[in-house]
Ligand binder design. Structure first.
Ligand code: MG
Ligand code: MG
Length: 268
């Protein structure tokens, strides 16, 4: 069942979301070659718990062993933090963060460059981020869940990248994962109606190669089938009469419209 939240409830979710936005900014400054994914996990856990009442929502969720999910290069999602995994210049690392505060969840992901990265890798990051911006812009009352996926498709069309279809966004609120599913491939006008008060985690994942997925033997880490690079950006977004409200964004804004994107940033 798709939940409708009051403006007060959405404000509460935004408090946890602001913690994630602050963490993402800190990580942007800190992630560098030589850092382990365990160090990112430890920093993230400490940062979240420094805020009274806040806990990492993914710690122990379905048995997940870390506080945040950290996925390097060909890893798409659900990477387990490790003291053995040392980041190198040229890597990309996706950090997926959930926060629970006063019983409300928020969820956001960001892919960071480690040191200098190749132009074509930067293009993958740019297109994925554009896809998120455009998808968020489609999250308005009266549109449908399919409009969100359609915005991702339209953004990615004509680039060399592909959309990972087997992983989807979701409703969010008291639980991290609620109804509805929010696919990254959709048709405008199809799927559940978007209504004021719905809160969705919108999270396009793109691949520079195969869009098929595999799960590693650790039973968590999801990788591209051909080990091509993957990027992932996610915001928790409230659908309001005034338009999409990004709860996890800090200063991040939705695109003005799908037309507002800059095609020049989408190719290597
Ligand atoms: Mg997430
Ligand atoms: Mg999510």
């Amino acid at each position: 069942m798709i939940q409708i939240r009051t403006p007060q409830e959405i404000d509460l979710m935004a408090r946890g979301g602001a913690i994630i936005a602050g963490l993402v900014q800190e990580l942007e400054d800190r992630i560098e070659p030589g850092m382990t994914t365990h160090a990112i996990d430890e920093f993230s856990e400490r940062y979240i718990e420094a805020h009274e009442g806040a806990t990492p929502a993914f710690r122990g969720l379905y048995g997940f062993p870390g506080s945040v999910c950290i996925s390097v290069n060909e890893e798409i999602v659900h990477g387990i933090p490790s003291a053995e995994r040392v980041l190198e210049a040229g890597d990309i690392v996706s950090v997926d963060v959930g926060v629970k505060l006063d019983g409300w969840c928020s969820d956001s992901a960001w892919t960071f460059a480690v040191g200098d990265i190749a132009d074509e890798v930067q293009a993958l990051l740019d297109v994925t981020r554009d896809a998120l911006r455009n998808a968020v812009a489609a999250a308005v009352p009266g549109k449908h869940v399919g409009d969100i996926g359609a915005a991702v498709v339209e953004t990615v069309q004509g680039t060399e990248f592909g959309i990972v279809r087997d992983l989807v966004g979701h409703g969010i609120g008291r639980e991290v994962h609620e109804d509805p599913q929010v696919p990254n491939v959709g048709r405008a006008g199809f799927g559940p109606l978007l209504r004021e008060g719905m809160v969705l985690a919108i999270e396009p994942m793109l691949s520079s190669g195969s869009t098929h997925i595999r799960t590693l033997d650790d039973a968590w880490t999801v990788v591209t089938a051909d080990r091509a690079l993957s990027a992932h950006y996610e915001h928790s977004v409230a659908i309001t009469a005034e338009g999409p409200r990004i709860l996890t964004g800090g200063d991040d804004e939705p695109a003005e419209s799908v037309q507002a994107r800059t095609p020049s940033s989408r190719t290597a």
